[in-house]
Design a protein around this ligand. Structure first.
Ligand code: COA
Length: 377
């Protein structure tokens, strides 16, 4: 009889798997810190490019460093023509996260020099961050009959993402709202997709493989897909006076209300606080506060009935919807931001590498007799 390990932590809950200096979540106080900087300061004063620099290099950039990074990212937006053709050949009905996962994986075939694991992968980190919106734009434009994508180097990362997806440049307020959304989604410690990326990197596999793992992990509705489901819930509710009835009925059936609860935050997710305000601001600018008002009502009912707080996904979908971003692109937009964090973590993993390999508590039988195939029933 083998000695089974004791103390299984299902879902690795509360397990500290590694040391990292990239991101700190204070789940009790509802604080999120990137490299020492509070997310509220970053959302108020910085840009996504500045935050990406912070995550990759561990400090905020100077004016010249930021200008250099922006220029580089803009140049790295172009897709290899053969990959653009491949994306064009993918079924228009495909899930955009499947397209993204496949395209990130295929990109490695065209850029073998970027796939070498190690600290020099920072070039690959910048390439992947720059090119993700182009992959999404290439796919979405074709399936919806829009003109072909050009990379418009003068646009910021946030404005380019809107342009790539919607074939129009955003208003100043829209670009600002999306920039804030990209900043606050850029990293979140050892969330499932980042952990998947680090597990892959910890085998000394390459950055593109690690990001492919991460995209596949982000796809799941318990992680990246929740904001899409929030919008489905709002459609089901219709008007604020129905929120109470619909939400209570779901809770009575033990259904989860998407956009609520969090493994780490025991109070309100600070990202939800920031996005709530942006949902209102964009709603006011568009003359459409319907989503905001519905979400406020849903929040009230869920908190009263279950004591649960909103997470980042509750309000993000409303901001994207008001801008005209289709629901099935919400998770890909999340990926276009989180790629900065994924790649920062992979770079950190390469610098302090230790194969990630936990153990399982075996609960199956041992020493079963081997029955020849012809005698089995
Ligand atoms: N709606 C209803 N009940 C919820 C809930 C939700 N969104 N989130 C948690 N709960 C309840 C669970 O049913 C459970 O209740 P019980 O003890 O009576 O069975 C309790 O709260 C603890 O839930 P648990 O699943 O153990 O917490 P977790 O840490 O594993 O869950 C999430 C974290 C994010 C998976 C979970 O909150 C969830 O499914 N949320 C909805 C999906 C979502 O918004 N994801 C985006 C995360 S940023």
């Amino acid at each position: 009889m083998v000695d089974p390990p004791v103390g299984v932590q299902r879902g690795l809950e509360d397990v500290i798997a590694l040391e990292s200096r990239i991101c700190f979540i204070d789940g009790k106080q509802g604080r999120l810190i990137y490299e020492g900087h509070d997310i509220r300061d970053l959302a108020k004063s910085s840009t996504f490019e500045e935050v990406a620099y912070l995550l990759w290099y561990g400090r905020l950039p100077t004016t010249a460093q930021l200008a250099g990074l922006k220029e580089r990212l803009a140049l790295l937006r172009e897709l290899p023509p053969a990959l653009a053709t491949r994306i064009d050949s993918m079924p228009a009905t495909a899930n955009p996260m499947d397209v993204l996962r496949t395209a990130v994986s295929e990109l490695a075939l065209f850029e073998p020099e970027e796939t070498r694991p190690g600290p020099s992968s920072i070039g690959g980190a910048q390439r992947l961050t720059a090119v993700l919106p182009s992959i999404l734009g290439q796919f979405h434009r074709r399936r919806s009959g829009m003109p072909r994508l050009v990379t418009r180097p003068h646009l910021s990362a946030a404005a380019y993402l809107v342009y790539a997806l919607l074939d129009r440049e955003p208003t100043e307020l829209e670009a600002h709202a999306l920039d804030v959304a990209l900043i606050i989604h850029a990293d979140h410690e050892l969330n499932a997709s980042t952990f998947a990326a680090r597990v892959t990197a910890s085998t000394l596999s390459d950055l593109y493989s690690a990001v492919t793992s991460a995209v596949g992990t982000l796809k799941g509705p318990l992680h990246g897909g929740a904001n899409e489901r929030v919008m489905e819930l709002l459609e089901e509710i219709g008007t604020p006076d129905r929120a109470e009835e619909v939400v209570k009925a779901k809770l009575a059936r033990h259904e989860r209300i998407m956009g609520f609860g969090h493994r780490v935050y025991k109070v309100e997710d600070p990202r939800a606080t920031i996005l709530r305000e942006w949902s209102r601001r964009v709603g006011e600018a568009k003359g459409n506060l319907r989503y905001y008002e519905l979400l406020r009502k849903v929040e009230e009912v869920v908190h009263r009935e279950k004591g649960l707080y909103p997470n980042v996904d509750l309000y993000s979908g409303s901001v994207y919807s008001l801008m005209g971003i289709p629901h099935d692109l919400f998770t890909p937009v999340f990926a276009a931001s989180r790629v900065a964090g994924w790649t920062a973590h992979v770079l950190e993993e390469y610098q302090d590498l230790r194969l990630i390999r936990p153990m399982a508590k075996y609960v199956g039988p041992i020493d079963l007799p081997y029955v020849p195939i012809g005698e089995r029933r």
